[in-house]
Design a protein around this ligand. Structure first.
Ligand code: NOJ
Length: 718
């Protein structure tokens, strides 16, 4: 073990500050200027470059090795650099986007996918991943909803914690493990109007109740790093928000790992209009204990001066640097700066048959069957299939944060269907432009012709993959371009039409659903997307995904979320319009498809919810037993959910709140009982004194899914 405290003792202030810098790999690329012995093109001196502590955005292990070797030659302290990357839903073999993973309601599946990604990414030289992203979301306009597990704090936290544990393993000394960085702390997903980087204004109560729990779950699971978010909260950018960074994160949650700013976020304090100079920006970020500065150079330029002026002590600098060095030590970098990886690993680690099988399975489990008028599954004996739409034979289905995943390694729907039903006659027609937002209808005739002569039409529609992810917010969330029109034209000549849809956010499917007989939503499924879609269409796999985020009826409903308050004037369920209540006069309150919704080819009948008692004490437990029958001839999986409502409390409580779930396999004809233990801690909420409490009184428990709860039973906390 390296004695990092001793190493620290021998470091100069400049070397220490260097450990708090993170730069892109390309800053190390030498130019002619370096050959003459002066400066690199990027403005760093040789000494400054040699001091840089960590790197992001590199291409391969070979590059990592080269940079590390060069660095160790030049760094007199021999402190290896750490290499960080966004490994969000796979490294080279890509699995579904996190919003889709949420729909699996299966933390074990997430664990398996994450371990696979960790193995690949470490072979690619990655030491630390900027994952999990557990921003709580309610607004489908925001492009980064694709990176989270959705609209429920419990689900988001469970999936985030599963990723932390899977990446980090039992010890970071084990080959194939990496450290994780929880992000974006906090409430980045609360961006006003769904516009990326936008202002966030939330009450402490809402923040505590909905937004913070998932970050905390990841920290409790042992995440080594935290990244504050770009947004301001209460007018203060999160990176310099002491309430968040010190009080909540450190004092309340006991986090003692490394914090890292987001990309250029400290430099952007000036854009926020908080400061007019970089020195003040450095001072504010360092005061909030943001350890590493990503990309901007305010620490490099001003931290030494701030120490010399007595604004900070060297002891404070040492504490930050020690956190960074300790993580490097935990990663085993001092003993082996390459963490046991060789160039050969990179040759054998990627896209193995096992990895492909796993991501195919994941894509099947994450897809959500939104509509089925009995047309699915399709028969494998079907003779003529028309595959119509911009995604019919399109490999751009891996999603935005696909790291080193490649489009040309993704299986298209056409390839998947052709492999599964080799004897069928398959016609592929795009029907509209590849840039799905063009308004060219010249392909409609060909599409209609192909549809008219087919036994079945599979419309492959959706968003381009760069419509979601960072910086990609949308004003509207309909299918882009003329795709709805294309669907209408095709359905008119062939009613046997199903839609396979792709997107990085919930879309409003009111129009599409009017036209097609079935909708199978694949999200961005990753490398094996086309094979998974084919398996589901033809019933080789049985759909079991449930929505992790509501699909609005219209964009006008955003932000929309299932766990809302009742208000003083709730809408009467039985009316389209009811005056002076909380509703719209021109459309419904409910989303088109609610959180927790999703169909199967099996038929699950809920037979009851029984409680072991109608009284709960603060130290006791009640057992809730839900009975579900698979009343079909097909085996299937069902996610059984338990929702709670606190009927009377000092702070208004949501009308429904998921408190437990379990995904179970139920064989054809089988009945299963799913048991949940209810304890007092599950009933707690944040009151107006900023305390986490439960209050005695009446509660409801229900099963079903959001907005469609059944078998409500009452109990009392005494
Ligand atoms: C900016 C993004 O907001 C963040 O999620 C990511 O980790 C960094 N860039 C680094 O790529």
């Amino acid at each position: 073990m390296a004695d990092v405290k001793n190493i620290l003792k021998n470091m100069t202030i400049e070397e220490k500050i260097g450990q708090l810098m993170q730069q892109n790999a390309n800053v190390f690329i030498k130019t002619d200027a370096q050959i003459t012995g002066k400066q690199f093109n990027n403005g760093y001196t040789q000494d400054e470059l040699s001091n840089i502590g960590s790197v992001l955005n590199f291409k391969s292990f070979s590059e990592v090795k080269q940079l590390q070797e060069e660095h160790l030659k030049n760094d007199r302290n021999k402190i290896p650099m750490s290499f960080m990357m966004d490994v969000i839903h796979g490294y080279r073999t890509i699995y579904p986007i996190p919003l889709a993973l949420g729909c699996s309601f299966d933390p074990d599946l997430v664990t398996r996918c994450t371990k696979m990604a960790s193995k690949e990414a470490t072979a690619g030289g990655v030491h630390i991943t900027f994952t999990p992203m557990v921003d709580y979301v309610r607004d489908a306009r925001w492009g980064r909803v694709m990176e989270t597990c959705g609209e429920d704090p419990l689900l988001n936290g469970i999936m985030g914690a599963a990723q932390v544990k899977a990446f980090q393993g039992n010890s970071l000394r084990e080959k194939g493990t990496m450290a994780t960085c929880v992000k974006h702390f906090a409430a980045y997903g609360g961006a006003e109007a769904g516009k990326d980087y936008n202002t966030v204004e939330l009450s402490r109560h809402v923040l505590r109740e909905y937004y913070l729990p998932a970050y905390k779950a990841c920290i409790d699971a042992g995440a080594k790093m935290v990244m504050p978010s770009f947004n301001s909260l209460d007018g203060i950018p999160a990176t310099m928000n002491k309430w968040l960074m010190k009080q909540v994160l450190k004092d309340e949650w006991g986090f003692n790992g490394v914090t890292i700013s987001d990309y250029n976020a400290i430099g952007e304090f000036l854009k926020h209009g908080i400061f007019d100079n970089e020195k003040d920006a450095a001072k504010a970020a360092f005061s909030a204990e943001c350890d590493i500065e990503m990309i901007s150079n305010t620490y490099l330029h001003h931290l030494k001066e701030l120490i010399e002026e007595g604004v900070f002590t060297e002891q404070q600098l040492d504490e930050a640097v020690l956190r960074v060095l300790e993580l490097k030590e935990e990663l085993g970098l001092f003993e082996d700066p390459y963490r046991g990886v060789t160039e050969e690993d990179e040759q054998t680690a990627f896209l193995t048959p096992d990895s492909r099988t796993l991501v195919r399975k994941a894509a099947e489990e994450c897809a959500v069957l939104l509509k089925n008028d009995g047309i699915l599954p399709l028969s494998k004996d079907v003779r003529k299939i028309a595959l119509i739409g911009p995604l019919a034979d399109n490999n751009q289905i891996k999603g935005f944060w696909a790291c080193h995943g490649r489009d040309d390694e993704c299986v298209t729907v056409k390839e998947g269907v052709s492999a599964l039903v080799p004897n069928a006659e398959i016609t592929v027609v795009k029907g509209c432009g590849n840039l799905f937002d063009d308004y060219d209808r010249s392909g409609f005739d060909e599409a209609v012709k192909a549809a008219a002569s087919a036994d079945v039409v599979v419309l492959c529609l959706g968003e381009p993959q760069n419509y979601s992810g960072e910086g990609n917010s949308r004003l509207d969330i309909v299918l882009p371009g003329v795709q709805d029109e294309l669907a209408a034209a095709v359905c008119e000549v062939n009613p046997n039409t199903v839609a396979v849809t792709f997107s990085g956010r919930p879309l409003s499917f009111a129009r599409l659903s009017n036209n097609v007989k079935a909708i199978l939503h694949m999200w961005f499924p990753g490398t094996e997307g086309g094979n998974a879609a084919a398996s589901l269409l033809f019933g080789i796999a049985n759909p079991c995904g449930k929505l992790s985020m509501s699909f609005p009826y219209s964009v006008g409903q955003c932000p929309i979320y299932y766990n809302h308050l009742n208000t003083g004037r709730p809408k009467r369920d039985d009316s389209r319009y009811y005056g002076y209540c909380s509703n719209y006069i021109d459309g419904p309150n409910l989303p088109f498809y609610s959180f927790g919704y999703g169909l199967s080819y099996a038929n699950f009948v809920y037979e009851g919810l029984e409680l072991s008692s109608d009284k709960l004490t603060s130290s006791g437990a009640i057992e809730a037993v839900i009975t579900v029958k698979n009343d079909s001839g097909l085996d299937g999986k069902e996610t059984v959910m338990l929702y709670m409502r606190d009927l009377v409390a000092s702070t208004a409580r949501p009308i429904q709140q998921l408190i437990a779930f379990e995904k179970v396999e139920i064989k054809a004809g089988q009945t299963k009982q799913i048991k949940f233990n209810i304890t007092e801690s599950m009933l707690r909420f944040w009151n107006d004194k900023d305390e986490l409490v439960s209050e005695k009184g009446r509660f409801w428990l229900s099963t079903g899914y959001a907005d469609h709860l059944i078998f409500t039973k009452e109990f009392e906390l005494i």
